[in-house]
Ligand binder design. Sequence first.
Ligand code: ATP
Length: 575
Amino acid sequence: MNELRRLWQLFQPYRAWMLVGTLAAILTLLANVMLMAAAGWFLTAMAAAGAAGVAMNYFTPAAMIRASAMLRTAGRYSERLVNHEATFRLIASLRVWFYQHLEPLAPARLQHYHSGDLLSRIRADIDALDTLYVRVLVPVVVANVSLLLFTIFLLIYHPLLALSGLTFWVLAGVALPIWSQARGRQPGQRIAEDEAALRSAVIDGVQGLAELTLYGAAERHAQHIDGLSRRLIADQARLSSDHGLTQAAVGLCAGLSLWVLLWIAIPLVESGRLLPPQLAMLALFMLASFEAVAPLPQAFQMLGRTLAAAQRLFAIVDTEPAVAEPSTPSPQPERFDIAFTAVSFSYPDAARPALTNITLQVPQGTRAAVIGATGSGKSTLFNLLLRFWAADAGSIRIGGHEILDFHGDALRRHIAVVSQHTHLFDATIRENLLLANPEASQDAIESACRVAQIHDFIATLPEGYDTWVGETGVRLSGGQGRRIAVARALLKDAPILLLDEPTEGLDAATERDLMQALDALMVGRTVLLITHRPAGLDWVDQVLVLDQGRELARGDVSVIPQAMQAVLLPLRAVE
Ligand SMILES: Nc1ncnc2c1ncn2[C@@H]1O[C@H](COP(=O)(O)OP(=O)(O)OP(=O)(O)O)[C@@H](O)[C@H]1O
């Protein structure tokens, strides 16, 4: 129920829309019931007048019927219009709200979530929330208001009629929904989970199709997906069959209520306390009144799924970011030297610290390399500098300011990164470049690409900078992708440059060309380079050698040959 309260708060900006939509729904229902009741009365009265050969004013009832029919049509149209508008606005704002909470959690707090699962939360779970408004809130309010009016209406004729109406409305509008909610809770939760699992499995399967085929595991993966779909379908089938049952039960209640109404009202007609046309009116009124309670069983059946979706969303929204944003404005550094002082850090649940007591000063405009074997903590140093994680001990400063005093975005504006894993978006080359600087002119883009030595290649493409690079840049080679990353970093024009094994996996000739492009990028910037290869170490000013998160040596390349040998010899042997 806590989720319901929190969701209601999120709906706050749309309450005026919701009020109008709900009023329109109430009006539509009342018009429909009035139409049926008035038609029943009118037909019987006309027949009775005809049989008795007396004149009767049919203008007023005919006008009432026409007015109800018009009101019903206009009400239905405006209810749909307003409620859809409110729902779409609500969904759009919920997506933004969720994304705003998701972004500060990346990457540290999201590493346990599969991207398919996150996608499912952003799409299916948020879609499920809108049902709370259209399928649950509106029907519940409409039912309460109209049943109150219906009861008063029946009381005018006889208390017993009101009592019997209430009994069947409560049966259809309260007992059936309670039953259907209890039955729908578990499958509803499972559907939310299974949809996410299915989406993850399908995305995994498509992305890893080459590996699955290579290792003959495609069939097994298909069976896994098949198993998940079957479970999903079984739960959906159960909900649908329950829905069918409840609809039949609502129909039964309506039929029984009519029968009881006749049983009470016929003696009233016989005793003259009710006129025959009133009997017909009440009978049709009773049947039509069940439209108020008919949507309730499904509404409560869906509640389980909606609440499960809300729980999954709040689980992310309530997660504390790994690094808290400061409450004060970010400092404006005047120089861009980097200073790590006695920094230690362990990842949650890690067996050993990733970094222990690391100190490194990189004066502005100089270049430092961090070398070490796999798992020695090099990337962790970058993660801490980029404020993706906060160090457990020690301090990291840029231009003399603690990096924890910067807002994450403000800090990262000063830093450009070129890594071996450059993510290229499924967009054009130009759009991928503009990510670094949306304001960049075509001239600026081209000159960055010239320095990165990729312009000539782009110029040969039929669509030039408007060439689509494909998902994750599959239509570019590794070296070309890396150069786009260099051009991006140039366009960002940040004073600090982090290079994470930028030439990893490239052949010697491509590596040499890329090094030239990187050389141009590094001019005038404070550079931190991660590498486990000797290439490039001749142009750095200092080296930090890491071994299992500890400093093995630090200083000029020439003054630490022993440590260099210790780390580089085994690596050279591998190469
Ligand atoms: N997100 C993470 N969560 C938990 N442990 C991590 C995480 N990232 C790294 N580690 C662990 O921290 C240690 C240091 O990892 P790090 O990635 O910094 O090493 P590295 O020197 O950059 O290695 P490589 O050269 O292979 O990239 C390793 O033991 C690794 O398993």
